[in-house]
Write a protein that binds this ligand. Structure first.
Ligand SMILES: CC(C)(COP(=O)(O)OP(=O)(O)OC[C@H]1O[C@@H](n2cnc3c(N)ncnc32)[C@H](O)[C@@H]1OP(=O)(O)O)[C@@H](O)C(=O)NCCC(=O)NCCS
Length: 220
């Protein structure tokens, strides 16, 4: 589903504060340190707990193989500043035809700074920009308000709550289901692109009118 562009390990995304790049062997210790925490694992569908020895290395190999064959796109989250340790992961995995599931995890020490939202937004842009996906789906356990908030900040719409199978947790668990359609994403994208230009108009005209923004819209 993913194009040739993402299936080479030089592929990366840049955001204001982050580099998102393919996970590498050197990330294993950092990934194991946050993935092995019970409170982190229990919010996810896929991270086993207790975290087995060698699991981070296995995960990295598997993620790289899936990235290479275009099956999914799993990226390590690293900060541009400092020594750039991996502070999290963000993933896009096709679930059904033209549907992609979004996943993310951020190390406890890096939480509450907007990094998950920043990384998830960048990956959503990439999904809609580079694939033919019609929608991106995401589930958050009902006990996970931080994850729900990330999805809201990324423009996802709440759909419903139901029992979902979380393989690594065993059995069914109540989850809030979210969705972002291409049409909604495209509409919001238009307004995001406009905002800085509209802002410029506002700076030079304290009482902007509909007409004042019209030329800007046309130029965009
Ligand atoms: C969910 C997770 C990725 C969030 O990472 P993060 O980098 O802290 O996320 P952000 O800073 O971008 O956004 C978190 C938002 O949740 C809010 N939040 C955090 N804890 C909250 C709580 N207990 N109740 C309500 N909101 C909460 C934050 O205030 C922030 O919202 P704001 O920007 O409006 O203030 C991180 O907590 C994590 O890795 N958890 C374990 C794994 C996980 O849950 N993955 C998702 C599986 S669906």
């Amino acid at each position: 589903m993913f194009p040739d562009l993402t299936s080479d390990d030089i592929f990366h995304l840049e955001t204001k504060r982050l580099w998102l790049r393919w996970p590498r062997a050197a990330d294993a210790a950092a990934i194991a340190s946050f993935a092995s925490e019970a409170e982190t694992a229990r919010m996810t569908a896929a991270i086993p707990h207790p975290y087995p020895a060698g699991e981070a290395e296995r995960f990295i190999l598997s993620a790289r193989a899936d990235n290479a064959n275009g099956k999914s796109l799993v990226l390590a989250i690293t900060q541009k500043s400092g020594v750039r340790p991996t502070i999290g992961l963000v993933s896009a995995t096709p679930s059904q035809a033209r549907e992609i599931e979004l996943g993310y995890v951020v190390a406890p020490a890096a939480r509450g700074k907007g990094f998950a939202s920043e990384a998830a937004k960048a990956l959503v842009e990439t999904i809609f920009g580079l694939t033919n996906a019609d929608r991106v789906l995401a589930n958050a356990r009902t006990i996970n308000p931080a994850s729900r908030r990330v999805l809201e900040k990324c423009g996802f719409a709440y759909i419903d709550t139901g029992l979902d199978h979380l393989p690594a947790r065993g059995g069914l668990h109540p989850c809030d289901r979210f969705r972002l359609d291409r049409k909604t994403w495209a509409a919001n994208r238009w307004s995001r692109q406009l905002r800085p230009m509209v802002h410029q108009v506002h700076e030079s005209d304290e009482r902007p009118t509909e007409d004042a923004t019209a030329p800007t819209r046309a130029e965009a």
